[in-house]
Design a protein around this ligand. Sequence first.
Ligand code: KIV
Length: 269
Amino acid sequence: MPQFTLSTLDKAKAEGRRFAMLTAYDASFAQVAAVSGIETLLIGDSLGMVVQGRGSTLPVTMDDMIYHTACVARGVETCEQRPLLVADLPFAAANTPVDAAVNAARLMQAGANVVKIEGGGWLAETVRHLTDRGIPVCAHLGLTPQTADMLGGFRLQGRDEAAARRIREDAAVLAEAGARLLLLECVPDSLGAAVTQAARVPVVGIGAGPATDAQVLVMHDMLGVTSGRKARFVKDYLAGRGSVAEAFRAFADEVRSGAYPAPEHCYGN
Ligand code: KIV
């Protein structure tokens, strides 16, 4: 059993304590993150870009996700403070509820505690199907990189009232269907706050303002090794620090204290 569980995170939300999530793709960095006190690790399909050097997450396969999930799980296995492991279902792995259940089971067998699925309210049936079969789900809303082309690229979501209402409604429908975590990417602060306040389950934000229950960053971004244009919410935690462990600890501390995200990492209202 992980030391950090879904119950731990529910309790943190109820008590108003923020927690940190970081992406991890291999055993060594996962172990450093665990020892640094990061509560949750995401084996994200962002590995397609930051590990495999691809231009998007779309080519990432189930076999890739299983391989990296198993690496991360082995890395944290013996850690005293074992983080909760969330693993992505990659593009097209959840086309039907049955596909989603078969693929999610493979991720759980590789060591995941929760599976993450990108999409909106239309995923409710899938979320219910997985939940009924004992597979905890994190529903990823807002900017969903697997469908970025449909959304007009990597851009802020929920900008006008109609779009914001749709995201609020989708969040409610997915939580009602059984999602145990929500992940909200790239939306105005006011929408991040509204979804977090309304949700019974913890909401993890990335570019969703300071009010979410947790914050996640892609590890390569927060270590300053990602090349090219950086998203507004990215902060380099290795700059001015002597080690990766120090960078991880600083991120976790700033998430817990509320120092991250600062206004310059947010999109405003
Ligand atoms: O794949 C990933 O790393 C993600 C984060 C951007 C939240 O989904």
